[in-house]
Write a protein that binds this ligand. Structure first.
Ligand SMILES: C[S@@+](CC[C@H](N)C(=O)[O-])C[C@H]1O[C@@H](n2cnc3c(N)ncnc32)[C@H](O)[C@@H]1O
Length: 315
């Protein structure tokens, strides 16, 4: 955008509503991808404008009619232009994302939190986990920003939570979030290649959103995903390199009535093809989402040989 164009726009647009509307129209014209917290241009425009103006996301009609200063107008155009030219997810501009209704600091060292598992954490996995069950130890495998670990700690305040990731960069972000949420006593970040750093540890609940995107999907991801760490997305041709390991090794890290919850997204078809004999329970979601299964420790033991075979004979 030239200085002349910017001046013309700032002379015509004055209110918050003007800039939200202008941003949303520009985002739609640029055919951006939305999938990192919002699924449409309007909500993304509101988030960016409220971030710029340091106002809460809950937009009232009164706020919509407030006028921007000249400085704010220039900054608004800068942010709108950055979202379009860099195709950067809004959360990496605002450094904030919400998960299970909790705020998280994010930057390009971690994926933007968006797992549908958040909905199940908020209802304490009921009825999969009965209200009477005492969940004392939880593992968040592949924690990234720490969002699943921290949400679990918040909704299961009686539980200790280990937050595991191979990436030190990700663990540094998780540490920021653990501190921001005042959970340093309850959530422990651990560097680990899947289970290698937690040998001998057992849990009542393992929750994992591991990398699982297959090569076909990786090759067609919109530009916004290139801002996210590569090791958080792809995982071999069928996306299941780490999932195979999780399935083969979870039984020994779960207590007898323990439960594994694991997200595999679009790679659900590969999971079903690879393990036709296993009766995965696929979770349903009120707020949208798919590709998350549940297995009990008993099932993991029952199909141990199947899981071992698939791990050893991976292509
Ligand atoms: C899909 S992201 C999920 C992050 C977070 N749980 C969420 O829901 O937003 C997967 C995470 O797995 C981590 N990861 C990749 N390979 C790993 C491995 N071998 N062992 C442990 N973590 C790994 C990545 O660093 C990344 O943070």
């Amino acid at each position: 955008m030239t200085t002349h164009q910017s001046t013309e726009i700032t002379e015509q647009l004055h209110t918050v509503a003007d800039y939200v509307r202008f941003a949303a129209s520009e985002f739609n014209r640029a055919d951006l991808f939305f999938g990192h917290g919002h699924d449409n241009a309007w909500d993304e425009a509101i988030t960016l404008m409220m971030f710029l103006l340091e106002l809460p996301d809950q937009l009232t009609e009164h706020v919509m009619q407030c006028r921007l200063t000249n400085d704010e107008k220039t900054q608004a155009l800068d942010i709108i232009s950055r979202r379009i030219t860099e195709q950067i997810p809004a959360a990496y501009i605002t450094h904030q994302a919400y998960f299970a209704e909790l705020p998280f600091y994010v930057d390009e060292r971690v994926l933007v939190p968006r797992s549908p598992i958040g909905e199940w954490i908020q209802k304490r996995f009921s009825p999969i986990i009965s209200d009477e069950k005492h969940v004392k130890r939880i593992l968040d495998l592949c924690t990234g920003s720490g969002c699943i670990a921290i949400a679990c700690a918040s909704y299961f305040p009686e539980a200790e939570v280990d937050a595991v990731d191979l990436s030190i960069d990700a663990l540094n972000v998780a540490q920021i979030n653990i501190e921001n949420h005042g959970l340093t006593e309850q959530v422990i970040p651990i560097q680990s290649d899947v289970f290698s750093g937690i040998v001998g540890q057992k849990y009542d609940l393992i929750v994992s959103n591991p990398p699982y995107v297959d090569q076909e999907d990786i090759d067609s991801l919109p530009a916004e995903f290139t801002h996210e760490p590569e090791m958080g997305l792809g995982c071999g041709s069928d996306g299941l390199d780490i999932v195979r390991q999780i399935l083969a090794e979870s039984a020994e890290h779960l207590n007898e009535d323990g439960i594994l919850i694991c997200e595999v997204g679009n790679s659900q078809i590969h999971v079903e093809a690879l393990y036709p004999e296993v009766d995965f329970q696929w979770l349903t979601f009120e707020r949208g989402g798919h590709g998350v299964f549940m297995l009990t420790q008993e099932q993991l033991v029952q199909f141990q040989a199947v899981f071992n075979y698939a791990l050893k004979n991976r292509e």
